[in-house]
Design a protein around this ligand. Structure first.
Ligand code: MN
Ligand code: MN
Length: 459
């Protein structure tokens, strides 16, 4: 069996090469603005509004007609874009589901302390990280808090050239004899991810914790914050670097949060190109996938189901639970999440006949999971055949691959959650290198082809 499986770069003409480069310039801008799930939600809705999308609340009030473009903002942390199809909702929808949260460090509720002539933040990591990767790199801080006096405050420090950054120390090489004997996973422990946020006590006329007091007075002056506000706010720390081209040929991008903003951006651009679909087209951008799709803003929450119920109710005044169940069960879903790309430096974790290559296009994963396919959504042959045909008709360059060798590890996506309703679901996303590292790597060709594939799926 000969499988056509070669690099996109070898197959495109000048026009498409230019399109790839242009698409990725815009993708980098998206990455630089959508730094947290809140900022991603804002950016996605902003782009939708520019294309004439109206809010879910407005749509419910006005009534719902075929061709309507609607955005749904769920608690500023998840977003849904949809275009109402000619068919009624109970006939099913076409969904592309991505997530907008990323592995990162969150601040603990009581983060700020002073020790060793420095002020530091205690952090608690979020999602699956390799802790040693977070030391000795410049870090940026994002905060959202309703302060004690009721003000809504947003903090973003570290993005701009002139901003300060934050920093987690590591032991100097000279004195790392004991540390060097430890296993990689425990060489840096969670409680060592303490972030340096200050050092000066200049101008503070107090003996007890003057550096901490200095920081608090800065936060109060610039953001109206008091220490208690840390207890109730949300604070995230990620690598302080903009998305950058990689290589002499600028064919790859190193950036914070390709997982899963590369698929999120592709889903966004794809749905913004859709007009008057037969079946309702939906792009989902959910929070908290990285910690198990839990919480009210994630896929296991009820918000998406509730939203569909409201729409069906508006479309058909004889609303019944059955119509909602039919809508979900008749839906077709691409679970839009990244997968692993072969890394020539670490070839052993993948099996060479079933691995994805950077530059070979969007990756279909029939199943993910771990061990004996545990906890995975193993897509049905009928649906895969359908997806293959759609891709073939639209000249989509795609590949398949397993998430690692058998018994090497594994992972999951939101696929199984939508499958629970009876929908046909398969994982389809971009191959990534150094997944979950503070800065990840993707091929521009793959990021572009992911968007093309999603657009074809909506057709
Ligand atoms: Mn992901
Ligand atoms: Mn992930």
């Amino acid at each position: 069996m000969e499988i056509k499986n070669k690099s996109i770069w070898k197959q495109v003409e000048q026009k498409e090469y230019d399109a790839i480069m242009e698409y990725n310039e815009n993708y980098k801008k998206f990455l630089d603005s959508a730094r947290t799930e809140r900022l991603a939600t804002k950016e996605i809705i902003q782009q939708a509004k520019e294309k004439g999308y109206q809010s879910f609340e407005e749509a419910l009030e006005r009534g719902i007609n075929a061709g309507d473009k609607i955005y749904y903002n769920y608690r500023n942390k998840s977003a849904v874009l949809m275009i109402i199809g000619e068919e009624e909702l109970s006939k099913g929808t076409h969904i592309i589901g991505a997530h907008i949260d990323i592995p990162r460090l969150d601040l603990k509720p009581n983060p700020l302390y002073e020790d060793g002539e420095m002020a530091l933040f205690k952090s608690h990591y979020y999602g699956g990280i390799k802790k040693y990767q977070w030391t000795t790199i410049p870090l940026a801080l994002y905060g959202y808090v309703i302060t004690k006096n009721g003000e809504e405050v947003e903090i973003a420090i570290g993005d701009k050239e002139e901003d300060p950054v934050f920093y987690i120390t590591d032991l100097l090489a000279h004195l790392s004899k004991d540390q060097g004997q430890k296993k990689l996973a425990t060489g840096i422990e969670g409680e060592q991810l303490n972030i340096v946020v200050g050092h000066s006590s200049y101008g503070i006329d107090e003996d007890e914790n003057p550096i901490k007091k200095n920081i608090l007075s800065y936060l109060n002056k610039h953001y109206g914050m008091v220490e208690e506000d840390f207890l109730v706010g949300e604070f995230q720390v990620v690598a302080a670097t903009k998305a950058r081209d990689v290589g002499f040929d600028r064919a790859m991008i190193a950036a914070v949060g390709h997982d899963d903003r590369v698929c999120s951006y592709a889903a966004l651009k794809a749905i913004l190109e859709v007009e008057n679909p037969k079946h309702t087209a939906i792009a989902l951008f959910v929070d908290k996938e990285e910690i198990g799709s839990v919480g009210n803003t994630s896929m296991n929450g009820m918000f998406f189901e509730n939203m569909l119920a409201e729409l069906i109710h508006r479309q058909d005044k004889n609303y019944s639970d059955l119509l909602l169940r039919r809508c979900l069960a008749n839906s077709k879903v691409l679970s839009a999440d990244v997968t692993v790309a072969h890394d020539p430096t670490y070839p052993d974790v993948l099996e060479k006949y079933n691995r994805c290559m950077a530059g070979h296009g969007i990756a279909i994963a029939k199943y993910t999971g771990s061990g004996g396919k545990y906890s995975c959504n193993d897509a049905n042959a009928e649906f895969l055949a359908e997806v293959r045909n759609v891709f073939a008709e639209n000249n989509i360059i795609w590949q398949t691959g397993e998430l690692g060798k058998v018994d090497q590890g594994g992972g999951g996506t939101i696929a199984y959650i939508l499958a629970k309703y009876g929908a046909e679901v398969v994982d389809a996303g971009t191959p990534v290198l150094s997944m979950h590292a503070p800065v990840e790597l993707v091929s521009k060709a793959d990021s572009y082809m992911t968007k093309e594939a999603y657009r074809a799926f909506y057709r």
